[in-house]
Design a binder for this molecule. Structure first.
Ligand code: NAP
Ligand code: ZN
Ligand code: ZN
Length: 346
C-alpha cells in the first residue's frame, strides 16, 4: 500500500506551489525510506516548476534532499535505520551501460531517472524532495558525514557535486587559476571547493555586492562583470572558468579571459541557445565544455571531502509557506546563498 505524504506541488507553469500530497511506494527489497529533514531550493527546481524545461504536472520538485533513514527493505546492506542520508538529482539509472558501469550514472545512455519529472521502474512518476518522505533504491542514497550539519549538507547534493565534478575533472588545484561566474547556490560552493583544492580562485559577479562574502568563502580575487575594465584586466589570465549563470551571457567575452589551452565549463542552463565565435576558441587553443552533476561515487567523495575540510553550504532555512517568495528571491539573485526548506513545516 503506497503511503500518502505531505508535499508542496506545482500544478502548472504559472501557478504558485501549494500544499498537497504525493504517494510513496512501500520500501521494496533494496529500498530505503527516508524521513526528509531539509531540502534545498536549486535554480533547476524553478526552471522545472515554471516550465522552462518540458515538465509534467502536477509536479513536486526538490533534488537536494537530506534526512534520516526510517525503514529499509529486507535486502538493504548499505544503509541502516537512523542513518543520516541524502538524495540528489537522480534516483536510478540502467546500471548496465558503459557510463553507469564507469560510475557516471548521470550520463546513463538510457537516461538516469531524475528525482522528479521522470518515471521510475514501476512506471510511476517520480516526485522530489519538497515533501516529508521519499523511498529510493539504496545504491542512489548517499551517506552524510557526521561533521556536516544536515541543513548545510542539503545543497551539496546538487550544488556541491555540480561544482566538485568539473573542478576535479579539470584538475583545479595549486597553480591553477580558476574563475567562477555567478556567486549563487552553485557558485558559492564552487568558491569554497576550489579554494579547498588549493586553486587560485577568482569570482566574476555582476556587481561588487558579494565581494566581502567571496573573500570569506576563500576567493583570492573578485571582479564585477558590469565593469568593462574587468575584461581588459583579466584577458588571457585564467586556466579554468566555470559558468553557473542561469541566464544568457556573452560567451566570447568570457572565453577571451582564458590562457592557452584554458577551458570554460558550462553548468548553468539558460533556456535560450548561446552563441559564440570560432575565433574565441581558435585564438588560444581554448576549450568550451559542459558538465552535469556527478556520479554516485564522486558525490560520496565530495561529501567526504567537504566534511574533511569543514565545508557546507551557507543557507537560509525557510518555512514551506515561503517557497514561492524564495523562488522570486533566487530569480532576483537575492539569496545568501541557498534557501533550504525545513521539512517539518510541509
Ligand atoms: P542561482 O542561485 O540563481 O545562482 C546563479 C547566479 O548567476 C546568481 O546568483 C547570479 O550571481 C548570476 N546571475 C543570475 N542572473 C544573471 C544574469 N542575468 N546575468 C549574469 N549573471 C546572472 O542558481 P543556481 O541554483 O546556482 O543554478 C545556476 C544554474 O545552474 C541554473 O541554470 C541551474 O538550472 C543550473 N544547474 C545546472 C546543473 C548541472 O548539472 N549542470 C546542476 C544544478 C543547477 P551574481 O549575483 O554573483 O552575479
Ligand atoms: Zn539542482
Ligand atoms: Zn546506464
Amino acid at each position: 500500500m503506497p503511503t500518502t505524504v505531505k508535499a508542496y506541488v506545482a500544478s502548472s507553469p504559472t501557478a504558485d506551489l501549494t500544499p498537497g500530497t504525493v504517494e510513496r511506494r512501500d520500501p521494496g527489497d533494496f529500498d530505503v525510506q527516508i524521513s526528509i529533514r531539509y531540502t534545498g531550493i536549486c535554480h533547476s527546481d524553478i526552471h522545472a516548476a515554471r516550465g522552462d524545461w518540458a515538465s509534467s504536472y502536477p509536479l513536486v520538485v526538490g533534488h537536494e534532499i537530506v534526512g534520516v533513514v526510517e525503514a529499509i527493505g529486507p535486502k538493504v546492506t548499505r544503509h541502516s535505520v537512523g542513518d543520516r542520508v541524502g538524495v540528489g538529482c537522480f534516483v536510478d539509472s540502467c546500471r548496465e551501460c558503459i557510463n553507469c558501469r564507469a560510475g557516471e550514472e548521470q550520463y546513463c545512455l538510457q537516461g538516469a531517472t531524475s528525482t522528479y519529472n521522470s518515471f521510475g521502474r514501476d512506471g510511476l512518476p517520480t516526485a522530489g524532495g519538497y515533501s516529508t518522505s521519499i523511498v529510493v533504491d539504496e545504491n542512489y542514497v548517499l551517506r552524510i558525514p557526521d561533521g556536516i550539519p544536515l541543513q548545510d549538507a542539503a545543497p551539496l547534493l546538487c550544488a556541491g557535486i555540480t561544482m566538485y565534478a568539473p573542478l576535479r575533472n579539470w584538475k583545479a588545484g595549486p597553480g591553477k587559476r580558476v574563475a567562477i561566474i555567478g556567486m549563487g547556490g552553485l557558485g558559492h560552493m564552487g568558491v569554497k571547493i576550489a579554494a579547498a583544492l588549493g586553486a587560485e580562485v577568482t569570482v566574476l559577479s555582476q556587481s561588487l555586492k558579494k565581494q566581502e562574502d567571496a573573500v570569506r568563502l576563500g576567493a583570492n580575487s573578485y571582479y564585477a562583470t558590469s565593469e568593462p575594465a574587468t575584461f581588459e584586466y583579466l584577458k588571457g589570465q585564467l586556466d579554468l572558468i566555470i559558468n553557473t549563470v542561469s541566464a544568457d551571457i556573452d560567451v566570447d567575452a568570457y572565453l577571451s579571459l582564458l590562457a592557452l589551452d584554458g577551458t570554460m565549463v558550462l553548468v548553468g542552463l539558460p533556456s535560450k541557445p548561446l552563441s559564440q565565435r570560432a575565433w574565441s576558441l581558435v585564438e588560444f587553443r581554448r576549450n568550451l565544455s559542459g558538465s552535469r552533476m556527478g556520479g554516485i561515487r564522486q558525490t560520496q567523495e565530495m561529501l567526504d571531502f567537504c566534511a574533511a575540510h569543514g565545508l557546507g553550504a551557507d543557507v537560509e532555512v525557510i518555512h514551506a509557506s515561503q517557497i514561492n517568495e524564495a523562488f522570486e528571491r533566487v530569480l532576483a539573485s537575492d539569496v545568501r546563498y541557498r534557501f533550504v526548506i525545513d521539512a517539518a513545516t510541509f
